[in-house]
Design a protein around this ligand. Structure first.
Ligand code: PAU
Ligand code: NA
Length: 624
């Protein structure tokens, strides 16, 4: 298993790693002792709704950029070429739609938890089901996140696995519990910078040691790692332009549009405009993050292929490769491997801290508060700190469960996002875009979406399919060495067709369904929710637009049918434009008697809102 003996850390590496933990703790302590000293839930969970767009945007990218991406993406590029890079195309719509659809709706409702929306739009049971689904998704995800860097570190350096898990879990629990969302966001900023610095350092040294940029390029070109756009429409191909560029949009929407961790950051912004700006600013940073991990994979390939070196990395699992590469290369440069370890753990810490805080928020707001209406603010704040802390401990337990998991954590995480996040995306879309959807429809939709997702997801695990064989590997690498100039046309699907074992017959029937690429899971499950939701709603009596809580609809159809005359549209029941609805407080109390949501705007906020409204489609006021 071990290609070489375990590699060692120097003191300076340990010092750098320790500095990361100490600095994160320091930020937590600072926000525990400054400002309002975390004495209200508004401060602890929403940073007093006073954040500006720069920290929020860096925090947004940190949330879903964990060690899973840092070790997973370069390994993917190393083994399969740069096709994965096309996921960058999905970032365009995947961020533009949240900025202009989800953020305005959530921000104007002045929510704390995204699931309050589901109660306003549908009913309390829908809200609770949504919350439970989110908790389920996040708890599994954070287990993977805390376990991945520890496992990689353990495999390559022999660093104690559970020691690393405990250190990250406990430090993170502590600063999250002490400093609240402000600490979470500002540690995210710091950790994102460390993350970028670590990756950049590895790339620079890697390029230098391989013999310069031209040499790296020659090797990855000859090794066929530069993939052209793969337009194969087959939905069972793991990564093609369609699965990444179209399926990926739904993945991005479920993460950046409706996931509580992100919604909470939008809601913590000073103004709606800052929230939208932060969403825009995620785009370049996310492209940088993607480019860094992809280039790292290419440099890794250039270093180990063609120099009779690939045997070193050949037996490693995908999760260990990157760390081995880093340690192997940086051995003589003390401090740099420490920086990379700090990068790996920064990525993990920033993700699990977001998870703790968002889990505490939904548990308090959606599950506890509705039952204890008389709770004092002090009690609620204490309770939310207790919850953040408990979720920290649950995270450690989940890390232990992840222990039993499969080889590629990147694929595993995408499956979780698609199987559980997809149905959640579906239920928000059902509520926002379709005025006819009712509560029964929403529940039936969510149930069937989850059922569909778990059917295909578990089917693929049991039959070991999903997006074709995870074929690979060093085949091309050796081929290059032997023949020197393989000139396969760029644009053919890489590897998966070149590796002999993958020429087995096409799957049929259910097998084919199970082998659906996991990049489609989000799209499949959210469409299932919407379609089932609409059918059941029409069968059980669709809602009328005027009965829907104002502000919970987005006039999608109204905007799309821009060519239809206004009075006809009114008859067709197209939702009122967002800008032309009353503020919630002015609505009849009966419509939201059970909710604790109130939209209150100061004059400046109201002005800000009015300045930033989408072009109205209809010029009338909603009936109040
Ligand atoms: C989720 C995206 C595509 C965008 O943030 C990317 O960061 C990623 O591939 N994340 C993998 C999951 C993780 O790192 O935990
Ligand atoms: Na992260």
């Amino acid at each position: 298993m071990d290609p070489l003996e375990k590699m060692h850390f120097t003191t300076i590496d340990y010092v750098i790693f320790a500095l990361l933990l100490v600095a994160s703790m320091g930020i937590g302590l600072y926000y525990a002792l400054s400002g309002g000293r975390q004495r209200t839930t508004q401060e602890f969970l929403l940073a007093d709704r006073g954040m500006s767009c720069l920290p929020v945007s860096l925090s947004l990218i940190a949330t879903f950029q964990s060690a899973v991406a840092i070790v997973g993406v370069p390994a993917e590029i190393y083994t399969h070429g740069t096709q994965y890079w096309f996921i960058g195309c999905a970032y365009i719509l995947g961020l533009f739609i949240p900025a202009h659809v989800f953020v305005p709706v959530f921000y104007r409702l002045h929510l704390t938890s995204a699931y309050q929306y589901l109660e306003l739009r549908f009913s309390k049971p829908v809200r609770i089901c949504g919350t439970l689904t989110f908790i389920f998704q996040t708890v599994i995800y954070m287990g993977v996140c805390v376990y991945t860097p520890a496992l990689a570190l353990n495999a390559v350096t022999g660093f104690d696995l559970w020691g690393a898990v405990l250190a990250t879990g406990l430090v993170c629990t502590l600063y999250t519990t002490l400093g609240g969302l402000k600490a979470v966001i500002w540690t995210d900023v710091f950790q994102t910078i460390v993350m970028f610095a670590g990756q950049l350092a590895v790339i620079v040294v890697g390029v230098q040691q391989t013999g310069g940029l031209a040499e790296v390029w020659r090797k990855v070109w000859e090794g066929n790692r530069i993939s052209g756009i793969d337009l194969n429409p087959d939905p069972t191909e793991r990564y093609t332009f369609w699965t990444l560029g179209v399926g990926g949009v739904f993945l991005m929407l479920s993460l950046y549009g409706v996931n509580q961790a992100q919604v909470q950051r939008y809601l913590s912004s000073k103004t709606e405009r800052e929230a939208i700006m932060s969403c825009y600013m995620v785009f370049p940073s996310l492209q940088v993050a993607l480019a860094l991990s992809c280039v790292m994979g290419l440099v890794m390939f250039a270093r180990y292929c063609g120099e009779d070196q690939f045997h070193k990395i050949g037996n490693l699992s995908k999760n260990e490769m990157v760390l081995y590469f880093v340690m192997d290369m940086l051995q003589d440069l003390p401090g740099l491997s420490g920086l990379f370890i700090a990068c790996l753990f920064s990525a993990a810490l920033s993700t699990i801290s977001s998870a703790f805080n968002s889990l505490a928020t939904v548990t308090l707001e959606d599950l506890i508060k509705p039952h204890c209406s008389s709770m004092t603010e002090a009690r609620a704040t204490l309770l939310s700190k207790g919850l953040a802390c408990s979720y920290g401990l649950i995270c450690l337990a989940m890390a232990y469960l992840t222990h039993l998991m499969s080889d590629s954590v990147l694929q595993a995480v995408f499956k979780i996002f698609g199987m559980v996040g997809g149905p959640l995306l579906g239920i928000f879309c059902l509520g926002m875009f379709f005025p006819w959807a009712n509560s029964t429809g929403a529940l039936a939709g969510l149930g069937s979406g989850l059922a569909m997702a778990f059917w295909v997801g578990i089917g693929s695990i049991v039959t070991r399919t999903s997006g074709g064989p995870a074929a690979v590997s060093h085949f091309n690498c050796t081929a290059v060495q032997l023949s020197g100039n393989i000139t396969t046309a760029i644009g053919t699907a890489l590897n998966s067709t070149a590796v002999p074992t993958s020429t087995s017959s096409q799957p049929m029937g259910l097998q084919r369904f199970y082998s659906l690429s996991f990049m489609w899971y989000s799209a499949l499950s959210s469409f299932t929710v919407v379609i089932t939701g609409l059918i059941v709603s029409f069968l059980t009596g669709p809602m009328k637009e005027e009965d829907v809580t104002p502000g919970t609809l987005y006039p999608l159809l109204g905007n799309m049918l821009f060519f239809v005359p206004d009075n006809l549209k009114q008859n067709l029941c197209c939702a009122t434009p967002l800008g032309h609805r009353p503020i919630i407080q002015e609505c009849p109390p009966a419509q939201h008697k059970e909710s604790n949501v109130q939209a209150v705007y100061t004059e400046e906020e109201e002005e800000e809102r009015q300045n930033f409204l989408p072009t109205p489609v209809m010029e009338h006021e909603t009936t109040v």
